[in-house]
Design a protein around this ligand. Structure first.
Ligand SMILES: CC(C)(COP(=O)(O)OP(=O)(O)OC[C@H]1O[C@@H](n2cnc3c(N)ncnc32)[C@H](O)[C@@H]1OP(=O)(O)O)[C@@H](O)C(=O)NCCC(=O)NCCS
Length: 209
């Protein structure tokens, strides 16, 4: 795709490029402003490109001084992508993310019916942080305004539709949309096309959750 940046945008990109090469030499372009917390716990392979206002946060919740966020090679993100991890958030190679995306392995408290559940009388920011790793495969395209919640895995080659909330696992080479995200299509390598899931298959994917 041809880049047609105006003068101001070209200057902003130039400043961001100098910043990138000084502080994140293996990235392609990290646009300013960017907010990075726990830099040593965030690893990315070469070629990362980000839009404006991205926020990457790695916390010492499960284990200190170990890497929490892994971003594969040649990933591209739009504006205001927020990644937060206290245990493990893995993003594969060649992933494309639109803007306003939230991906995290952290929750303020637990709500799953176990005896460790958080009390509503406790201030939410005082509830013990609970983590469940998130894993996103290679060649995944994530649409605008998507949230990917703790404990989820998205397989290689998936597409996550705009505005989806992913709270369960999505198998390889599927398109998932909606809240909660459900698989609507799967790629058939024998037919070389995306095939719509029947309603029965959609229901089975819900049962398998
Ligand atoms: C997910 C997506 C790629 C699907 O495209 P598609 O396969 O051509 O989708 P279709 O038009 O065949 O839709 C299939 C079904 O899913 C529904 N659907 C499609 N996208 C949806 C979405 N984002 N949320 C909810 N439902 C959606 C359609 O309404 C349709 O439902 P139906 O079978 O009940 O009629 C596309 O809709 C999308 O969300 N793209 C992301 C756009 C974006 O964020 N771009 C940013 C640029 S990086």
């Amino acid at each position: 795709m041809e880049n047609q940046y105006g003068l101001i945008e070209t200057i902003k990109n130039g400043i961001s490029l100098i910043y990138t090469k000084l502080f994140y030499s293996n990235a392609r372009l990290i646009r300013l402003p960017v907010y990075i917390r726990g830099k040593k716990k965030i690893i990315f392979q070469k070629g990362l490109t980000t839009g404006y206002g991205c926020r990457f946060e790695a916390f010492n919740i499960k284990g200190s001084n170990i890497q929490k966020i892994f971003i594969g090679s040649n990933c591209k993100m739009g504006d205001h992508v927020h990644l937060a991890a206290g245990e493990k958030l893995i993003i594969g190679d060649n992933c494309l993310m639109a803007s306003k995306i939230y991906i995290s392995d952290i929750s303020h408290g637990q709500y799953n019916g176990s005896s460790f559940n958080s009390s509503p009388n406790e201030s939410p920011d005082q509830r013990p942080l609970f983590t469940q790793p998130v894993h996103i495969g290679d060649n995944v395209w994530i649409g605008e305004n998507v949230s990917i919640l703790p404990g989820t895995t998205i397989g290689n080659g998936c597409v996550i539709g705009a505005n989806a909330v992913v709270n369960s696992n999505i198998p390889d080479n599927c398109i998932a949309v909606g809240i909660p995200a459900r698989v609507i299509k799967k790629y058939s390598f024998s037919e070389e096309r995306w095939i719509k899931f029947s309603n029965e298959e959609k229901q089975n994917s819900e049962v398998a959750k």
